[in-house]
Ligand binder design. Structure first.
Ligand code: ACM
Ligand code: ZN
Length: 529
């Protein structure tokens, strides 16, 4: 177990602290191999914006008092995201076989730099003393994700960029963008303008939590134009983050149905809902126009998002309207389907086959999994009730991303999910044989935003729990230690302070057991923000 308390999150695979310090100051030089010159400029900008010092470049490698980024094929054993970082009193040397590895080495350095408030940084000119060390590092999981629901509440482009900055600092590499919901359709689709003209707006919003009867008393709206989406995809790429877009289907689709009622069973006008929950207006898998509509939408999505993996939702699908729909009835007869659940499987198969024909892979919430699911489809394991199907899918060769709701749902309050509980969660499902461990692609923590209308609330819900998720995602299991993590949070929070992140305090994130018990009812109540 590594016990270096004032260091970074996530803790690296191997870390060897040495005596002495390297001092980064205006006299330091910076060098990179040509192929990672963009990362040199990224670091120069970061350092100049945060510490007011512009570093000068050096053409030569490892000159006196220098910081160096070098692609190095001898390090392929660490993988393209792995890196070696050597800090001596004379220089900093980051090497990796891949650009991503250099980027992650830089994130480590960012976390080692003394922040405002640290004694060493309190000179008139920045003289940041960093401990000498040797790090050899690589991630435990390939999928290190954060999901942001912008459907329940729209959040601005700047907020998305800030989130991307924050997750990259934690070496996370997947931003799952939950773009459509009952309460709002948030992405411009050129072929179907009503999706945003109608579907991105609602008249009001419930406030105060699940048991509340209050409304905010004002409309809510917002969407991202395709130009803005391109900007975000590029911004993410520069931070080695893949954006996995989610277009929810067939459920959680009231906003789309409010815009185009003909793709529902009842073909009836509805309003974009102002309450939250599960709604029975879902896409009709009996009608061909539904598939035409969704495939046209996906075509625009595929043009915007280079991600191989595309999320199609698939959770919480009420079958009520399907049961009374003549189109659904005919479809079931034609396809020889007996149960309405099989109609969901039929729907998923058509969509995932289409994505496959376009060279992409489907991911969906664990409800999409059944015996017939294509082995290339990825299940996102959120509900413990889905465990049987998840294990079956794995046994047949399928892959899974773990988002267990009772540990990783960042919208739950700290009485229900204290920091310690998130940190100590082991994402390998109990009972899974060792030979299948590598089919767990990784972990992802979602924030659902029914009660998260602004950035302050977002910050408070997400931090510090996301740092705990990130450590599980990156750090080898044997190197994880909750006490060490909490000690390192102090330093990490200084960086969050510099970014004006309103994280929850340590007093708030681990309420005492008695208090937790008494306050469980608060799980349903939320401040009226
Ligand atoms: C979910 O929380 N319904 C995926
Ligand atoms: Zn129908």
């Amino acid at each position: 177990m590594i016990q270096y308390d004032n260091l970074m999150i996530p803790i690296p695979a191997n870390l060897n602290l040495k005596d002495g310090k390297f001092v980064l100051s205006k006299n330091s030089k910076i060098h990179s191999t040509k192929s990672v010159a963009n990362l040199k400029h990224y670091f120069i900008s970061y350092f100049s914006e945060n510490f007011g010092v512009t570093l000068e470049s050096s053409k030569e490698y490892l000159v006196e008092n220098s910081i160096n980024f070098k692609l190095d094929d001898t390090l392929v054993k660490l993988g393209p995201e792995g890196y070696e970082l050597i800090i001596t009193d004379d220089h900093i040397d980051v090497r990796s076989s891949g650009e991503a590895g250099i980027f992650y080495g830089i994130q480590t350095i960012k976390q080692l730099l003394p922040q405002d408030g640290d004694e060493t940084a309190l000179n008139q000119e920045y003289n940041g003393a960093i401990p000498c060390l040797i790090i050899e590092d690589f991630p435990r999981f390939n999928w290190r994700g954060f999901m942001f629901d912008v459907g329940r509440h729209f959040h601005s482009l700047d907020t998305i960029k800030r989130v991307l900055d924050l997750i990259s600092l934690l070496k996370m590499n997947v931003f799952h963008w939950h773009l459509t919901e009952d309460q709002g359709w948030r992405i411009e689709i050129k072929k179907y303008p009503q999706l945003t003209e109608i579907g991105s707006k609602r008249k009001d919003s419930k406030v105060g939590g699940w048991t509340s009867k209050k409304y905010r008393g004002k409309p809510h709206e917002g969407f991202y134009s395709q130009e803005q989406v391109k900007e975000i995809v590029q911004y993410a790429k520069e931070r080695f983050i893949t954006i996995v877009p989610e277009i929810e289907m067939p459920g959680h689709s009231s906003a789309a149905i409010a815009s185009y009622p003909e793709v529902s069973c009842k073909n009836k006008n509805i309003d974009v809902p102002i309450k939250f929950g599960i709604f029975s207006d879902v896409f009709c898998p009996g009608k061909e126009i539904t598939f035409e509509f969704l495939i046209n939408i996906l075509d625009e999505i595929l043009d915007l998002f280079p991600s191989e993996i595309i999320h199609i939702g698939g959770d919480e699908v009420p079958k009520k309207n399907w049961k009374s729909c003549i189109d659904c009835k005919r479809r079931m007869e034609e396809e020889g389907l007996e149960k309405h659940k099989e109609l969901h499987s039929y729907f998923t198969e058509r969509i995932s086959d289409y994505l496959k024909s376009r060279g992409r892979r489907t991911i969906g919430w664990n409800e999409i999994l059944d015996e017939k699911t294509d082995v290339g489809v990825i299940g996102q394991f959120w509900a413990p009730t889905g465990k049987k199907q998840v294990l079956k899918h794995i046994r047949k060769g399928g892959e899974i991303v773990v988002s267990n709701f009772f540990h990783y749902y960042l919208d739950y309050n700290y009485f229900v999910i204290p920091l310690r509980k998130t940190y100590n969660f082991d994402p390998i499902p109990k009972g899974l044989k060792k030979e299948h461990y590598d089919q767990i692609m990784g972990v992802e923590a979602p924030i659902w935003t029914e009660w998260v209308p602004n950035t302050d609330r977002l910050d408070w819900q997400v931090f510090p729990r996301l740092a705990a998720v990130a450590e599980t995602a990156w750090t080898l299991e044997q190197n994880k230690n909750y006490r060490s993590f909490v000690n390192r949070l102090g330093k990490f929070n200084q960086i969050l302070d510099s970014m004006d992140v309103k994280y929850a305090s340590l007093d708030e994130v681990n309420p005492k057991s008695v208090k937790r018990f008494i306050n469980l009812r608060r799980a349903l109540k939320w401040p009226e923000v």
